[in-house]
Design a protein around this ligand. Structure first.
Ligand code: NAD
Length: 482
């Protein structure tokens, strides 16, 4: 069986303890490769390598750093189908989604930072009394980068690329549930001759490898994307050590639909924003709020369309719904459907596991699910389900829509559908979220701030500010005689 390896000090190596974790393919439910079950000893090796590489990498001309990142971007592009196939197999997501969205965007993250570091400028402030302040932005040291399973390479690269561009060395941990594209990335780094120790990828569990990274005294900066609870654990460890911290966490995003929307466009996009990647995108809308005058029409049309979204083989070109990422996650999602019924919700469609064993697929498929009749304060509408389950509820006017939209502890993203420009502005101002999409979803310009408010995270940054995050600013004040 194929063994995934750690990438430490420029080499692909086995974990020190020689232990492995089974890597399941969500569509078939079968183990298809082995993941290093690394621990603090492997992290220690990675830190040692990164420390040794730092003095040279941090002094390397930024054009040279840029060229390494560009080469990585190009290699990912060259091997796009291989990366996409690996991601689809690891994650259960449709191959078409991985090859059209995830992998090209991951490659783009590297090319964006390859270019950004060249154009990166620091600030300067002149004082009238005769002094100039300028900001030196220097690399910090070793960056710890920890990422989740839902967009494995895309989110991994969103951390690694800016950290490396800024001149840091990196110890990174992908999710143990979807490790394969990070392994392919380490092959690419070997292939292009990235200097040894600059990037180290240690595979394994969060409570072993993730916590060893977070706790390590020689890793002063942590960039984490994942669940809110894990973020809290990491913050508790990192705060007393005064580590620089970026946390991108969970969400419970509202999609708000007004009667004056472009109905067809809204319906098509709301299907996607609810169920893309089986609802396992942190930015998916999971609470659909519909103005009461069009509620019944929307409900009928939406449910009819959702019923057509049948899960199938992620490898097939026509498949729009793949498998959920793991059996445990599927059970969690189904438990929420049960809870929704107990809370008084009516399941309008879906709500059950789909049996595709006749096609040789014994994995974790769930029929896309729509539930109505729930109060916004119930657990189903307050807790992140992170699967193909949405609730729909009516609202009367803007005030009620805003109150409902803002009623959770999360504040990651929101979508507003209206053709009324003034209304869209009022809504955007009052919704408490890191991003508000108006008449669209998932459009992403890397220069804009990204991330959540409230319990959806801290450290919301645009692409250039992420570069700044990975630097240590130092003010130099020079007095001159007038
Ligand atoms: P998770 O928090 O379980 O795991 C994320 C990563 O943290 C994994 O690599 C895991 O191994 C590691 N980890 C677990 N325990 C750790 C610990 N004690 N110390 C250090 N690392 C540890 O999240 P997940 O289930 O992989 O991902 C789903 C979650 O991620 C959802 O809540 C989703 O909303 C969130 N997410 C947020 C964004 C965003 O941009 N805000 C993007 C994608 C996913």
């Amino acid at each position: 069986m194929k063994k995934i390896l750690n990438y430490i000090n420029g080499e692909l190596i086995e974990p020190q303890g020689q232990k492995y974790i089974d890597n399941y393919e969500p569509a078939t439910g079968e183990v298809y490769s082995l993941i290093p079950d690394s621990d603090h000893k492997d992290v220690e090796l990675a830190v040692k390598a990164a420390k040794e590489a730092f003095s040279s990498w941090s002094q390397t001309n930024k054009e040279v750093r840029s060229s390494y990142l560009r080469k990585i971007a190009e290699k990912i592009k060259d091997r796009q189908e291989e990366f996409a196939t690996a991601e689809s197999r690891d994650n259960g997501k449709p191959l078409s989604l991985a090859s059209k969205v995830d992998i090209p965007r991951a490659s783009h993250n590297f090319s964006f930072y390859s270019s950004a570091i060249i154009h990166f400028a620091s600030e300067s402030h002149q004082m009238e009394l005769g002094a100039i302040n300028y900001t030196l932005r220097q690399p910090i040291g070793i960056a710890g980068c920890i990422s989740p399973w839902n967009l494995p390479l895309y989110l991994f690269s969103w951390k690694i690329a800016p950290a490396l561009a800024a001149g840091n060395c990196v110890v990174a941990k992908p999710s143990e549930i979807t490790p394969y594209t990070a392994y392919l990335l380490s092959e690419v780094c070997v292939d292009i001759g990235l200097p040894k120790g600059v990037l180290n990828i240690v595979h394994g569990y969060g409570h072993k490898v993730g916590s060893a990274i977070t706790e390590h005294p020689e890793i002063p900066i942590i960039s984490f994307t994942g669940g809110t609870q894990t973020g809290q654990t990491i913050a508790k460890v990192a705060a007393p050590m005064f580590k620089k911290l970026s946390l991108e966490l969970g969400g419970k995003n509202p999609a708000i639909i007004f009667e004056d929307c472009d109905y067809d466009k809204m319906l098509e996009t709301t299907l996607r924003s609810s169920f893309a990647n089986q609802g396992q995108i942190c930015l998916c809308g999971s609470r659909i709020l519909v103005q009461e005058s069009i509620y019944e029409r929307f409900k009928n049309d939406f449910v009819a369309a959702v019923k057509q979204l049948n899960p199938g083989d992620p490898k097939a070109k026509t498949t729009k719904q793949g498998a959920l990422v793991s059996e445990a996650h599927m059970q969690k999602v189904l438990a929420y459907v049960k809870l929704a019924k107990e809370e008084g919700g009516q399941v309008l469609c879906g709500g059950h596991q789909v049996d595709l064993s006749a096609d040789g697929l014994n994995g974790w498929f769930v029929q896309p699910t729509v539930i109505e009749g729930l109060d916004q304060n119930c657990r189903t509408n307050q807790e992140e389900i992170f699967g193909p389950v949405v609730t729909i509820s009516p609202f009367k006017d803007e005030g009620e829509a805003i109150a409902k939209a803002n009623s959770t502890k999360y504040g990651l993203a929101a979508t507003v559908w209206t053709e009324n420009l003034s209304r869209s502005q009022r809504m955007a101002e009052q919704i408490h979220a890191g991003i508000v999409w108006v008449n669209c979803w998932l459009l992403r310009d890397l220069r804009t701030p990204f991330g959540g408010v409230k319990q959806s995270g801290v450290g919301r940054e645009g692409g250039f500010e992420v570069l700044q995050f990975f630097t240590e600013p130092k003010n130099v004040c020079i007095k001159y005689d007038k």
